[in-house]
Design a protein. Structure first.
Ligand SMILES: Nc1ncnc2c1ncn2[C@@H]1O[C@H](COP(=O)(O)OP(=O)(O)OP(=O)(O)O)[C@@H](O)[C@H]1O
Ligand SMILES: [Mg+2]
Length: 124
């Protein structure tokens, strides 16, 4: 669960949020909608910890992890959708890339096999 408690944020002349309270609970899928410039990306930056709110805080249940992709329509154009989703979890993506590169090698040594096994373990 992600709990947002009394979160407020303003940029210079503009108040984006004031005392926002919301719980994102397991098993649900949430969409955040609003006009351009309403503050959707800023709110996601607060959820991910990239930005500190001026009041309030964000709590995640222990053992949970948040993956996030930047809002850039062109950055991932050449990538498969599944890979783009996995990129949201940086370490998972690195592990996947490294093990896939090992499997692509024409010569596969004992060390490669050991490394691939370690990576498979971490990937799982
Ligand atoms: N670092 C910053 N400093 C000052 N103002 C900012 C900053 N980041 C965003 N803003 C302003 O805060 C407002 C909200 O921006 P944000 O990017 O969160 O909106 P959005 O809802 O994601 O918009 P869009 O639908 O275009 O993606 C905008 O007016 C933006 O110009
Ligand atoms: Mg945005």
């Amino acid at each position: 669960m992600i709990a947002v408690n009394n979160v407020s944020l303003r940029f210079a002349d503009r108040k984006l949020f004031e005392d926002v309270n919301i719980k994102f609970t397991p098993g649900n899928c949430y969409g955040l909608i609003g006009a351009n410039g309403a503050g959707k990306s800023t709110f996601l930056k607060i959820l991910s910890g990239e930005l500190e709110p001026q009041t309030g805080d964000v709590h995640m249940s222990p053992g949970e992890r948040l993956a996030i992709l930047k809002q850039n329509h062109f950055e991932y154009e050449d990538c498969e959708v599944l890979k783009v989703v996995i990129m949201g979890h940086k370490r998972l993506y690195e592990v996947m890339q490294e093990k896939d590169a090992i499997y692509m090698k024409p010569d596969f040594s004992d060390e490669d096999g050991i490394r691939a096994a370690e990576l498979e373990g971490e990937f799982a």
